[in-house]
Design a protein around this ligand. Structure first.
Ligand SMILES: Cc1cc2nc3c(=O)[nH]c(=O)nc-3n(C[C@H](O)[C@H](O)[C@H](O)COP(=O)(O)O)c2cc1C
Length: 366
């Protein structure tokens, strides 16, 4: 019998009470030192009825950052900020993993400690614009191509961040390998033009991701590590000429690790960050190749989430914007209650407005 969204599921060592996760959502509200906002504990705790919270992306080092006021996970002060969040989520019976993030070429020189452009597999700029520290837009810059010692140093940064996430009381980590950030830049041929062991063949393009996974698994154990992939959404203008040829082998190469989950952005077309390609086929091929639990994301409603599970494309789903604007989304989906509309103007930056003040069902009905 097919499982329902409201059934529990085990992802490795993580015992989820239902199959609706909160997708990672950058909110650009960190305070001095890229420390989580004191309001973040309440924001995440309000959403603890989901089976699993994936935190907003957290940069693993200073040079990994590429957006204003995003929280880090590499200093003691950041660890203390996150500890308040994980304690609050646990007090409400929730689970939370930290999303580990390096933006690669999506960074700008304004974010880099040395004032030079960010780092990437190759010196190829993304097309379009991105956000400066003052929230205004600027064109992407041509990044610096990473040397082998620099690649090794970034893997060490992942290890450090993974250790700090443990210290901060997270239940595990999700490696952000999606949406045109550093790992995705290595995976896709539009951004990876290297001719050494990190570029060229699919096997070589998978290498950086697999080295990061291996390093993070050594810290946490595979049963508390997940990974997020976005084969075909083209986010941050990072694309591959043949996503199936890279991402089905990527899933197969991840299989032997026995990771807790694979988080796949390959849901419904037509929403930001969701797919442009043939989602149903690719998602089920990736699920077959991975062999472990697949969390599907992208524009899903209760109906399309259930359909994806029935059709064998997902073991569970994650939901972004609807959880941002509905702290009690699980209850609302369960009872087919109406949803609060999201306020896009307060997605990034600011304080409590559009963050901790979305009403719960009781408040709406009262
Ligand atoms: C405001 C906002 C912030 C986001 N931040 C992140 C992030 O930090 N990490 C990430 O992997 N995806 C991020 N995403 C993508 C979402 O996790 C998700 O893939 C996307 O919103 C589609 O799912 P949904 O239709 O359920 O919202 C963000 C999306 C939005 C709208």
């Amino acid at each position: 019998m097919t499982s329902s969204l409201f059934d529990p599921i085990d992802l490795g060592a993580l015992k989820l009470k239902n199959r609706i996760a909160m997708a990672p959502l950058t909110r650009s509200r960190a305070v001095e030192g890229e420390v989580p906002n004191p309001l973040a504990a309440e924001y995440y705790a309000q959403r603890a009825s989901v089976g699993l919270i994936v935190s907003e992306a957290t940069q693993i080092s200073r040079s990994a950052q590429g957006y204003p006021n995003t929280p880090g996970i590499f200093t003691e002060a950041q660890v203390q900020g996150w500890k308040a969040v994980t304690d609050a989520v646990h007090a409400r019976g929730g689970l939370i993993v930290a999303q580990l993030w390096h933006v690669g070429r999506v960074s700008l020189s304004d974010y880099q400690p040395d004032g030079l452009p960010g780092f990437a597999p190759s010196a190829v700029a993304a097309e379009g614009q991105t956000m400066k520290p003052d929230f205004t837009m600027a064109p992407f810059q041509t990044p610096r191509a990473l040397t082998i010692p620099q690649i090794e140093a970034i893997i060490a940064d992942y290890v450090h961040a993974a250790e700090m996430a443990r210290k901060a009381g997270f239940d595990g980590v999700e490696i952000h390998a999606a949406n045109g950030y550093l790992i995705d830049q290595f995976l896709k041929d539009g951004s990876n033009k290297r001719d050494d062991r990190y570029g060229g063949s699919v096997e070589n393009r998978l290498r950086f991701m697999l080295e990061v996974v291996s390093a993070v698994v050594a810290v946490w154990g595979a049963d508390r590590v997940g990974i997020r992939l976005s084969p075909s959404n083209g986010a941050n203008s990072t694309m591959d000429s043949d996503p199936a040829a890279v991402f089905v082998p990527a899933a197969a190469a991840l299989k032997p690790f026995g990771l807790a989950f694979l988080h796949l952005i390959e849901g419904e077309p037509g929403t930001p960050m969701s797919i442009k390609g043939d989602a149903p086929q690719l998602a089920s091929d990736i699920r077959d190749a991975f062999g472990g639990p697949v969390m599907l994301n992208g524009g899903l409603s209760r109906a399309t989430a259930e359909k994806a599970m029935t059709e064998g494309r997902a073991d569970l789903v994650s939901v972004g914007v609807p959880v941002l604007s509905n702290p009690d989304l699980v209850e609302r989906w369960k009872t087919n209650a109406p949803l609060n509309a999201p306020d896009k103007a307060t997605f990034y930056g600011g304080g409590a407005k559009g963050y901790t003040d979305y009403p719960f069902l009781e408040t709406v009905q009262a």
